[in-house]
Design a protein around this ligand. Structure first.
Ligand SMILES: Cc1cc2nc3c(=O)[nH]c(=O)nc-3n(C[C@H](O)[C@H](O)[C@H](O)COP(=O)(O)OP(=O)(O)OC[C@H]3O[C@@H](n4cnc5c(N)ncnc54)[C@H](O)[C@@H]3O)c2cc1C
Length: 406
């Protein structure tokens, strides 16, 4: 049976556990950007109140006629968190690196680094990787940087992987159930996140499709701080230009808004670029499905990395690994929209391949076919969010009464 999972409930997320940036795929963007200069840095001196946060942001046009596609994917989720572990079996070194839930893009480079560290030294060694999603590709590149000769085997290649469905906002979110968090996992999570955050910064700009973006997290009550984000959170240091806005200080559709900057990654740019780099460094990619662990272990390479995402559950008998289905509707690109927005389960990312509207988390759902009813719900909720935002902006400009927040 499908169980709807509330993203900010069991998964242990604090609101704005969130982000900000610069579009990496738009013409003319040559370098990563940061927070813009505030228009009115010293309002007291100028004897005027600062404008509300978001007064100058362009609301998304949420219209059915602008839809270009609807897709869904299955996040590979483990309540106790992703696995990075080495075992020596059948004369081979086997390193697992899978189960990153809704944060696999964000954690990719860091998790790959932890996995590679378990098999060092690698110079001159031949390695096999099962999986050509973000985890397999990052693991492959880091192995090459350590001097290994790497071959990837995978049932599906981009664009047919879950990694191609990712948002992909840089924020390791929906990755584990907070009630299952151990100290060892906490260390692994923080190490992976910090390394990854630093690594992705090398790739900002249009060539890789990574940009800095402001994130707004909306809530009825005061934003909650959690183990991950908000003051005191383990990743609060990565919430750049963090600030909370109270009612009256912003134009968004709920009472409170939390802002911070992070990166937004375009999977349709990033993954092909990564594959190119992997191949240029001598890496080989072969389409090959595996039915069982024994088949994987019969590969000729002495060192094998399991980066099979959700497929690792069947291959290596991990019953804890379950899908969390997520559905996304894309609208025609709206290049003037330059912020991410999260409200409850709804989220909007302004990608160059379309305005991404998301908002579903279905635990245990293995059917990745898009659901028309879910699409209708996402549309209705997102339309309300941006309609209210436009009304609030109009009221601020003085052309209407302040509307009720939804
Ligand atoms: C709707 C949605 C939104 C998301 N948003 C974000 C986000 O904003 N930020 C973020 O960080 N993350 C996000 N994610 C999560 C992210 O997409 C995943 O965590 C990540 O893609 C997992 O990468 P992976 O390489 O482990 O798995 P995959 O991309 O699934 O790759 C697995 C690879 O293993 C291969 N494989 C599997 N089984 C076998 C087998 N038996 N034999 C051979 N090959 C096999 C597959 O063919 C594939 O090549 C989102 C996911 C979804 C679905």
């Amino acid at each position: 049976m499908v169980t709807a999972m509330k993203r900010r409930g069991a998964i242990g997320l604090a609101i704005g556990g969130g982000m900000m940036g610069i579009p990496g795929c738009r013409k003319g963007d040559s370098a990563p950007g940061g927070p813009p200069e505030r228009a009115n840095p010293n309002p007291a001196a100028q004897n005027m109140a600062p404008p509300p946060e978001g007064h100058d942001l362009v609301p998304v046009r949420v219209e059915e006629s602008l839809e270009i596609r609807t897709i869904a994917g299955l996040r590979p989720y483990r309540p106790s968190g992703f696995v990075v572990r080495r075992e020596d079996v059948s004369g081979k070194t086997l390193v697992h690196n899978y189960g990153h839930g809704g944060g696999g893009f964000s954690l990719s480079w860091g998790s790959a680094r932890l996995a590679v560290d378990l098999a060092l030294p690698m110079a001159g060694l031949e390695c096999a990787i099962v999986g050509a999603g973000i985890m397999g590709l990052c693991t492959g590149r880091l192995l090459q940087q350590h001097g290994a000769k790497v071959a990837i085997y995978a049932r599906d290649l981009p664009p047919e992987t879950t990694s191609n469905v990712a948002g992909a906002q840089w924020w390791p979110f929906s990755v584990f159930d907070n009630s299952r968090r151990t100290d060892a996992f906490a260390r692994q999570y923080v190490q992976a996140a910090e390394f990854s955050h630093r690594y992705f910064q090398q790739h900002t700009g249009p060539e890789w499709g990574v940009s800095w973006m402001p994130n707004y997290y909306l809530s009825d009550g005061q934003p909650m701080n959690g183990w991950i984000g908000g003051p005191g959170g383990v990743l609060h240091g990565l919430q750049t230009d963090f600030r909370d806005f109270a009612p009256g200080e912003h134009v968004f559709s709920k009472g409170h808004a939390r802002r911070f900057y992070s990166m937004l990654i375009e999977p349709s740019v990033y993954l092909p670029r990564l594959i190119r780099e992997f191949r240029e460094a001598g890496g080989e990619i072969t389409v090959r499905p595996f039915a069982a662990a024994a088949e994987v272990l019969s590969l000729p390479q002495p060192v094998i990395f399991n980066c099979a995402g959700l497929g690792a559950g069947t291959l290596f008998n991990d019953p804890e690994l379950v899908p969390i289905k997520g559905q996304l509707t894309f609208l025609m690109p709206q290049p003037e929209v330059r912020y991410n927005l999260m409200s409850g389960d709804c989220y909007m990312f302004p990608r160059c391949d379309g305005i991404l509207l998301g908002g579903t988390y279905e635990t245990g759902q293995w059917d990745a076919a898009p659901d028309p009813q879910a699409k209708a719900r996402i549309f209705a909720a997102q339309r309300r969010i941006f309609q209210t935002m436009a009304d609030m902006q109009r009221a601020h400009r003085g052309s209407g009464a302040a509307p009720e927040r939804i």
